[in-house]
Design a protein around this ligand. Structure first.
Ligand code: F6P
Length: 361
């Protein structure tokens, strides 16, 4: 058994679930227990489990056979201990105070958190409170800074691309515009990559507010050149140029009055502008469910085992990341509060434009 600075550690999964979470849990637990004899407490449903002190002592049978399983065996939630002001805690403590209490009560040497921006930001804030934290970058949105990619993204990309492939046959049979709405509120990685992979004719990202007349011109030009159908990929966070000029409050209000999600509105606008019959598919949670793609199983396993080695070394306060195909360790404070959006000069934006994709501008 190799030496380890960490004797007991907690692990939790928080935020939207993503394919690969169980592979990451397995990577952390198998390495930590088998190589370093570390005891692991698996806290249930994200930070809520830590506040309520609900956990199970992880045994090999808990993480056996979960590599290919979607979701998370620990459960998850979107609780934000530093933000949720109405979180009623028995005894009048705040969620953060209770987390610190339970961290000490269980004699944890470290807490490993698997999650997206919110989860790793909470981890960075807990590190400032003196807790030893290690973060892993999980999200289908791929919008975490300081890592080239997050686990979950590849599987969601595969699901979205397969869906776009399928829409081609029905679009061409009916000479229709097919609008497919994919996940990604703040960042358009999923819509951009699946749009290029699936041959989307129009791809709308949150980063590039769209003009409906640009889209209409592009679609009409396709018809003029004999292309009787088109595929429009829309990120759920896409917005129009007009909307991009609104202040937050007005924008929120206008969206509350919008009937249906953005994909439906874009389809309506296309029909009104071009007269081409349009239909909508919202891919939703299919992008997050089911078995992880092989790439995500491998990446999540690499991140998990790397985190276990950090536990052994006592190298806390960092997030495991992938940089230029190497597994690296990034200080959590560099992650906190930031979102990795698609840079307008990103090479994939260039690729999309080079193959004639309309990006709505
Ligand atoms: O953060 C991942 C994500 O799937 C986003 O793409 C999506 O907008 C959001 O979660 C949905 O959140 P919830 O699961 O809480 O509905």
């Amino acid at each position: 058994m190799a030496k380890s600075v960490t004797r007991i550690c907690g692990i939790l999964t928080s935020g939207g679930d993503a394919p690969g979470l169980n592979a990451a849990i397995r990577g952390v637990c198998r390495t930590a227990i088998d190589m370093y004899d570390i005891d692991i407490l698996g806290f249930e449903h994200g930070y809520r489990g830590l506040v309520e002190n609900k956990f199970k002592i992880m045994k090999p049978s808990d993480f056996s056979g979960i590599l290919a399983q979607g979701g998370t065996i620990l459960g998850t939630s979107r609780e934000k201990p530093f933000k949720d002001k109405n979180w009623e805690i028995s005894g009048g403590a705040s969620p953060v105070e209770r987390i610190i209490e339970n961290y000490k009560k269980n004699k944890l040497d470290c807490l490993v958190v698997l999650g997206g921006n919110g989860t790793n930001t909470t981890g960075a804030l807990l590190a400032k409170e003196g807790l030893n934290i290690i973060g892993l970058p999980k999200t289908i949105d791929n919008d975490i800074v300081e890592t080239d990619i997050t686990f979950g993204f590849h599987t969601a990309l595969t699901v979205a691309t397969e869906a776009i492939d399928r829409l081609h046959s029905t679009a061409s049979s009916h000479n229709r515009v097919m609008v497919i709405e994919v996940m990604g509120h703040k960042a358009g990685w999923l819509s951009l990559y699946s749009g290029v992979a699936g041959g989307g004719d129009v791809v709308l990202l949150p980063e590039i507010p769209y003009r409906i007349d640009s889209i209409a011109r592009h679609l009409e030009d396709r018809v003029h050149h004999g292309k009787t159908f088109s595929i429009v990929v829309v990120a759920e966070g896409a917005l129009s140029v007009e909307e991009s000029r609104l202040d937050k409050k007005t924008f929120k209000k206008s969206r509350e009055q919008m009937s249906g999600s953005i994909g439906y509105r874009v389809a309506r606008e296309i029909e009104e502008s071009t007269g081409i019959e349009s239909r909508v598919t919202v891919l939703g949670y299919l992008q997050r469910g089911g078995t992880p793609a092989a790439f995500d199983r491998v990446l999540a396993s690499q991140f998990g085992t790397a985190a276990a080695n950090m536990l052994a070394e006592g190298d806390y306060g960092k997030m495991v990341a992938l940089h230029d195909n190497k597994i690296v360790r990034v200080p959590l404070e560099k992650i906190a509060g930031r979102t990795k959006t698609v840079p307008l000069d990103d090479r994939m934006i260039e690729t999309a434009r080079d193959v004639g994709t309309c990006l709505g501008d």
